[in-house]
Design a protein around this ligand. Structure first.
Ligand code: EPU
Length: 424
């Protein structure tokens, strides 16, 4: 197992190139199962989750050729309809094959993904949506079994939840509906950029979709879809993580390239409030920090509001911001596992229900810390960039799920950071 070792205090200077979006590529790879023929997907990030999805698609019977930043997926009518526990349990996004397999084969068995460290993550909305399209669903022995005996038929599907909309439930219903008979309207749909990328991919394949990017998506079912070529959008969460990295140390000047600035409005707004100087072009954002930071308040909500996937990273910044900042987590009220690790580095963060009250401290001090989930790991790395002394982030396989070579990219910006093998 690897660990990341960081010596804090270095200013970051230079350019960083953002990779393809993890949360776009995973559903898009699953969507390739819907086509007759081969789809070529480009700008694939080199991530552990992508490797897991390749393994799952191969298990299901697709032919997958993964070479660097390109993946070819050849699908056919003889796919298996079972997504087993050992593959689904290692990655929740495996749930993305539910909609495509049901749409294509009329039957699917998927191991229930269960909860995870960031909190309870039910799939009731996925199932409700598919039932509305005519699937009969039972849950037996830890598996969801969904069957559409006479095929799926278009319907009005309401996907609202108490927190807003569900990203992957919207993806699953959209992918199931593209081959259903008639028209489907998804109301209270999620409108994250990754879903827009998925819709664009499906449209290129021959699907009839409109309204994606809004809360009302309309889909007219078609008989078949064909293979195509598509390039994945840049990862707004990776971009955001590097923007926060550029804000951690006074004197840093980081150009985040190959990103889509309008996907990061909520974060940029908060960074500006915190005193960071920001310049944008069509596909890059320059982050400069000169003076002291100012405290801010953040509430995580569905896009276009502040993303939960940047909450932990923002907390690392608030930890060294003079004054009191508050983060309220509305998507995953328990997603605060990083708080105790940050406090081990000297931060003063107090939890009150689904809010974290962050009393900024002058210095963090490097310490051995444990990564617990993907974004929490990124927050610990960011804290390490500003901490006095050495920070060792253990269990970095979480980080490798969603960040491509983060230590190399940070090192190229001037950070003192390296990956080492754990000594047993
Ligand atoms: N929810 C339900 N029922 C459902 C589905 C969701 O109650 O059937 C609730 C969840 O418990 C949560 C909220 O809805 O409170 C939002 O969950 P959502 O379904 O939107 O999350 P997801 O689609 O499973 C994706 C990302 C997550 C990201 C969330 C929110 C992928 C592969 N994953 O998950 O990414 O946090 O949307 O934006 O796209 C990450 O990248 O680190 C990550 C966790």
């Amino acid at each position: 197992m690897d660990k990341i070792v960081i010596k804090g205090g270095k200013k970051l200077k230079g350019e960083v190139l953002i990779s393809g979006a993890k949360n776009a590529v995973l559903p898009i790879m699953a969507a390739a199962l819907l086509a007759d023929g081969t789809s070529e997907i480009q700008n694939i990030p080199s991530l552990r989750d992508v490797v897991t999805m390749v393994r799952l698609l191969r298990f299901l019977g697709a032919r997958v050729n993964h070479a660097g930043p390109t993946i070819e997926i050849q699908s056919n009518n003889h796919l298996k309809s079972i997504a087993p526990y050992n593959l689904v349990s290692t990655m929740r996004a495996s749930v993305c094959v539910l909609g495509p397999l049901l749409g294509r084969l009329g039957y699917v068995e998927l191991s229930l993904p269960g909860g995870c460290i960031i909190g309870s993550r039910p799939i009731d909305l996925h199932l409700k949506g598919l039932e509305t399209l005519g699937a009969e669903i039972t849950i037996e022995h830890g598996y969801v079994k969904a069957r559409a005996k006479r095929g799926l038929r278009g319907a009005d599907v309401y996907l609202g939840g108490s927190y807003g909309s569900s990203v992957l439930a919207t993806a699953n219903v959209m992918m199931a509906a593209v081959l259903a008979r008639g028209t489907t309207r998804i109301e209270s749909a999620a409108c994250e950029p990754e879903l827009v990328d998925l819709a664009e991919f499906l449209i290129k394949m021959g699907a009839k979709i409109s309204g994606h990017g809004s809360h009302l998506i309309e889909i007219q079912g078609v008989d078949r879809l064909h293979g195509i070529s598509h390039s994945i959008i840049p990862d707004r969460i990776e971009a955001g993580t590097f923007m926060v990295a550029g804000a951690m140390n006074r004197g840093s000047d980081v150009l985040v390239r190959n990103c889509v600035p309008e996907h990061s409005h909520a974060l940029l707004d908060k960074l500006r409030q915190a005193g960071i100087i920001i310049n944008k072009t069509k596909d890059s954002i320059r982050i400069r920090r000169n003076g002291l930071l100012r405290p801010t308040d953040v509430t995580t909500l569905p896009y276009p509001s502040f993303p939960t996937d940047l909450q932990a990273q923002m907390m690392a910044l608030m930890a060294v911001t003079p004054g009191i900042s508050v983060i309220t987590e509305k998507i995953y009220p328990d997603r605060f596992i990083h708080v105790s690790e940050l406090n081990r580095m000297g931060s003063k963060i107090f939890l009150e229900g689904s809010s974290a009250i962050v009393h900024g401290v002058k210095h963090l001090s490097g310490a051995p810390v444990m990564a617990s989930d993907l974004r929490a790991s990124a927050a610990l790395v960011l804290a390490g960039l500003v901490a006095e002394g050495v920070t060792e982030v253990h269990r970095v396989y979480h980080l490798d799920r969603g960040y491509e070579r983060i230590e190399e990219k940070l090192s190229a910006l001037g950070a003192s950071i390296k990956r080492e093998k754990e000594k047993n």
